[in-house]
Design a protein around this ligand. Sequence first.
Ligand SMILES: [Zn+2]
Length: 491
Amino acid sequence: MEVRACVVLQDSQAKPSGYSLHQLQGNKAHGTERIGTLYKKSEGLRKVWQKRKCSVKNGFLTIPHGTANRPPAKLNLLTCQVKSSPDEKKSFDLFSHDRTYHFQAEDEADCQHWVSVLQNSKEEALNKAFKGDQDEGENNIVQELTRAIVEEVKRMSGNSCCCDCGAPDPTWLSTNLGVLICIECSGIHREMGVHYSRIQSLDLDMLGTSELLLAKNVGNASFNEVMEADLSAPDVTKPDPSSDMQVRKDFIMAKYTEKRFVRRQCADAAAQLQALYEAVRCRDILSLLQIYAEGVELREAIDQPNEHEPGETALHLAVRMVDRNSLHIVDFLAQNGGNLDQQTARGSTALHYCCLTDNSECLKLLLRGKASVSIMNEAGETPMDIAKRLRHAQCEEQLTQAQTGKFNVHVHPIPTRREERPVSCLLPGAASLARDKPRPQVPSMMMNNETYGTMMELPPPGPPLPPRGPSRGQAGTTNTDTKCDANDSRV
Ligand SMILES: [Zn+2]
């Protein structure tokens, strides 16, 4: 499988060291390995170019130390980003999590050669990592990748404080909403139940990267622009870190179950469905969140131009429109939309659509949510029948795993330090609600959707979305964030 994209890793707020696979593709002809001379700019005040015999292999760049008895630096390319230097044709930079390396090659062609090999090697390592083999070395790569994504999530806007009470350094994640909360507030989230919030620890649980999809694409600041748009109600007090549990509970219940602080923007049900359609079509997670917050029934069929089958829901639409940047849209609908098995007028479920389009990554997200594998469409075909007929081997493999009960195999062992989990002081015992949900066997963050665009026609651009509102919280202003660009890399 060729890695086409890595959807969770890019973020408008990301520092240069942030991951991205959306960078230039390497020239495949240069392969994945290389040994040769590079000049590395030294750190410190005296910037000098140091000659080093570097090598690239198995996803690592090895840079020998100037002093013979010191071990070489070994950089995991999965956690680095390579960029050609726009000014200096024979130079490139490599951003790791903690520093930037400046390199100079012999000449421009040599530089492009190095950059290609680095990209290719990184891609090869990712491919290996996501084949799901239980090989220890590969698991380590996935774990390292997961840790790096967690670090990026923690750096996102608003994520340094609890989404509900503002306590510093929250370490609990609502995986279906993509926000970080503190331990006290997480107890109340668990009480609400998993249909409102699925809580996992960023530190204790070994999260799958698929569980970080929404975290990487929502974040506390954006979430609260929608969910706390209007805190002016007289009977409401937003808790602070010192608030007692009752104050927290009143606020959190009002915020998440009643969605009391949301500014409604859609005039009626028809406008809501239209907005839902536009949010999915434009792959705009915050518009989708706004619609969810207005209480729109996400599983309702949407009348739309260019539908593949009549009676598609937002989830069907999201599956067939998914691209490298929008797997989180499918994830949001799968986790918050209510029913994964809704059928079109021709009996297709979202799983049927995944198998039609050979989209095994969406398939994993749906299987994780326990979508039914046995529903037949009007032609009498199950998703498996379609996968077999079209020879979509990865879909077939995932479905087989689901049918044989092997789908829930965890990529990572899960630590068992459960005594450290938050327990609500209001409802003893409620703390285990979100535990043990099934996870995909491998992270759902890559897609191979070569078939897209040929199998299904994408709808033409439509009218702009209704303002999501308050650009950064102010009513009546134009929402400059609402965009409808398939290449939008908000993620
Ligand atoms: Zn809190």
